[in-house]
Write a protein that binds this ligand. Structure first.
Ligand code: NAG
Ligand code: NAG
Ligand code: NAG
Ligand code: NAG
Ligand code: NAG
Ligand code: NAG
Length: 533
């Protein structure tokens, strides 16, 4: 979740059909998500639900709980940050609210059903990914291996275009697309009965037929399916690096395939976080920002006492019937007592440095060994031919960065750049890619030490953006113990805004199913729309 989305999807995607589809769908949209479900059985106290985290998973839990619940509910969402959206958040270029840019999860795609439906339901506008590129260069996109470009694309169509790629890579792009579609179709089974709602992600993934892709590395999976080394390294690995900061011998086959599913890549105008703000609003949950939960104590009568610090100071407590931990527990600093039956294990997360900055300068031709008019707007990276860093976590290699994208040009003179890197960028590096004089004097210079006329604005952020997606078949439990739920396990399966939303919807489904068992005779089945709960 990053950032989990959709991940920080970096693929340029200049396709129009998705917009047409979204517009069409929007015009057909009905307010079917609005049916009131808070019919209070006379006298029954509302179910008190605490959701910890207002990112995609937490907002989705609240939203779908409001849709699915047949009993009265009272939902409180705790969020330690002063904003909603989690790893999906924006900052303003030149501190001007007219120029918001995504700092975390950037795009989602056509098959991301929950997000696409929510965008329709809330009437949000979407922009085709990378539609604001300045287009002043001869090349839209290039793949840099640290020494030279292994691939340059000059037209403005999406690069992941089979017809364009076949002359260079033979049938590999065609077979990759087929493999990707097969994997995505299996994944989509998780949205519908009999898979949905699933008690165990490990079992659901196995039942959907995804084990083969999950237990191989990307490189193993591609090799087994006879995808050429050249296409895997130059195109597919450039995608896994920009999206997940991982090379093919580390990342599993399923996430590798997800990186190639780029059809209809869009983002919400003004920021993707508005999807989650819309979900929270529609859920009528009480949202407590700036509030850190510190302890969750299970009482003898099965309720939970939740202690939290409001505005980072006064400690308060409230009583709840259900708890949803909607984010990686390992970063939350929450003590649960007694310890639940299944405590999620620690999972290594990628440390991703995101540097956003604006400058009147274009990327330096000298740095990239090209005529300056030819330096691509979007620079993805891969490892040079013959270099295999195996499953090394710091696999960035010679390039030293994962990607550099020119996002737009504002006020006719400031190019806006986004860099993903495993380390903080040095002032020297930024000066070199812009072809300006390096600042002199002090040691260890950073971007802030560059002259204002070279870097007009910048913002640096370090995320624990997504897990290292090693091959695995077992995922953290969803039910940690009675009435205590966890969404974070899905991040090692597919880390994306959409999958966290799916897990939020799934937890809502499981919770409502459990409430139905309390009140309905055994064996009686309940249908909620298309979803049998
Ligand atoms: C809902 O829960 C909140 C927090 O526990 C509480 O302050 C509020 O009074 C509750 N509202 C209802 C209608 O029960
Ligand atoms: C949260 O805290 C920030 C500063 O720490 C403050 O500016 C903001 O108003 C607070 N928001 C809420 C909803 O309390
Ligand atoms: C919040 O939800 C209400 C209905 O529940 C709706 O009327 C209102 O427009 C929504 N506000 C926003 C900002 O989405
Ligand atoms: C359950 O236990 C808590 C903590 O001891 C208490 O505050 C609450 O009133 C109890 N609820 C019921 C329904 O007994
Ligand atoms: C975690 O909790 C400890 C003790 O409660 C506190 O000192 C520390 O600052 C907290 N860390 C974070 C990241 O909130
Ligand atoms: C510069 O960085 C090096 C290596 O990280 C460190 O040892 C040194 O203390 C730093 N110097 C200053 C002035 O911060």
């Amino acid at each position: 979740m990053p950032p989990g989305s959709c991940p920080m999807r970096g693929l340029p995607h200049l396709f129009v059909s998705c917009l047409i589809i979204l517009v069409l769908c929007a015009s057909l949209a009905e307010a079917d998500s609005q049916h009131p479900l808070t019919t209070t059985a006379a006298g029954a106290a509302p179910k008190r639900v605490a959701i910890i985290g207002a990112g995609s998973a937490g907002s989705s839990t609240a939203y779908y709980l409001r849709q699915f619940a047949e009993v009265s509910i009272n939902v409180t969402v705790f969020e330690r940050n002063p904003y909603v959206g989690g790893r999906s958040t924006t900052v303003n270029v030149l501190d001007n609210p007219a120029y918001p840019v995504e700092l975390g999860a950037s795009i989602f795609v056509k098959v991301n059903r929950n997000l696409v439906d929510a965008v329709k339901a809330f009437g949000l506008n979407v922009a085709i990914f990378r539609q604001d590129l300045p287009r002043e260069s001869k090349h839209v996109l290039g793949i840099w291996d640290g020494e030279g470009f292994v691939y340059l694309q000059s037209d403005t169509f999406r690069w992941w275009n089979i017809v364009k790629l076949i002359w260079r890579y033979g049938w590999a792009p065609f077979w990759t697309e087929k493999l990707m579609k097969r994997a995505i179709n299996k994944f989509l089974k998780l949205y519908e009965p009999p898979f949905f709602p699933f008690q165990s992600l490990s079992m659901a993934a196995a039942d959907a037929g995804l084990v083969e892709t999950l237990r191989s590395t990307g490189s193993g999976y591609l090799r087994d399916n006879a995808i050429s080394e050249a296409f895997s390294r130059e195109v597919i690995q450039a995608s896994t690096r920009v999206n997940y900061a991982q090379n093919l011998p580390l990342i599993h086959g399923l996430e590798t395939m997800v990186c190639m599913a780029t059809d209809g890549a869009v983002s919400v105008v003004g920021g993707n976080w508005q999807i989650f703000a819309g979900m929270l609003n529609a859920s009528s949950a009480h949202v407590r920002l700036n509030t850190s939960v510190t302890t969750i104590n299970r009482n003898d009568n099965g309720t939970f006492t939740v202690s939290y610090n409001e505005d980072y100071q006064s400690t308060r407590e409230d009583l709840f019937d259900e708890i949803v931990i909607a984010g990686p527990l390992q970063d939350s600093n929450i003590t649960i007592s007694p310890s639940p039956n299944h405590l999620p294990r620690w999972i290594p997360y990628v440390t991703l440095h995101v540097t956003l900055f604006s400058s009147p300068h274009r990327l330096s031709g000298q740095f990239f060994n090209l005529a300056s008019a030819s330096v691509p707007d979007v620079i993805l990276t891969t490892l040079p031919h013959g270099v295999d860093l195996g499953s090394q976590q710091d696999g960035v290699g010679l390039s030293g960065f994962w990607s550099i994208s020119t996002l737009s040009k504002v006020e006719q003179k400031h190019y806006v750049y986004k860099v993903f890197s495993p380390q903080r960028l040095t002032g020297e590096f930024v000066a070199r890619i812009l072809g300006v004089d390096e600042p002199t004097g002090a040691e260890n210079l950073t971007i802030g030490d560059l002259a204002k006329q070279d870097v007009s604005w910048f913002h640096e952020k370090v995320w624990h953006s997504y897990p290292y997606l090693y091959p695995r078949e077992n995922f953290e439990e969803i039910s940690l113990g009675p009435n205590i739920w966890y969404t974070g396990g899905i991040e090692s399966f597919i880390s994306a805004m959409e999958t966290s939303s799916l897990m939020g919807r799934n937890v809502a489904g499981l919770m409502v199913q459990a409430w139905q068992k309390e009140t309905r005779p055994k064996g009686k089945r309940i249908y909620q729309g298309k979803t049998e709960l």
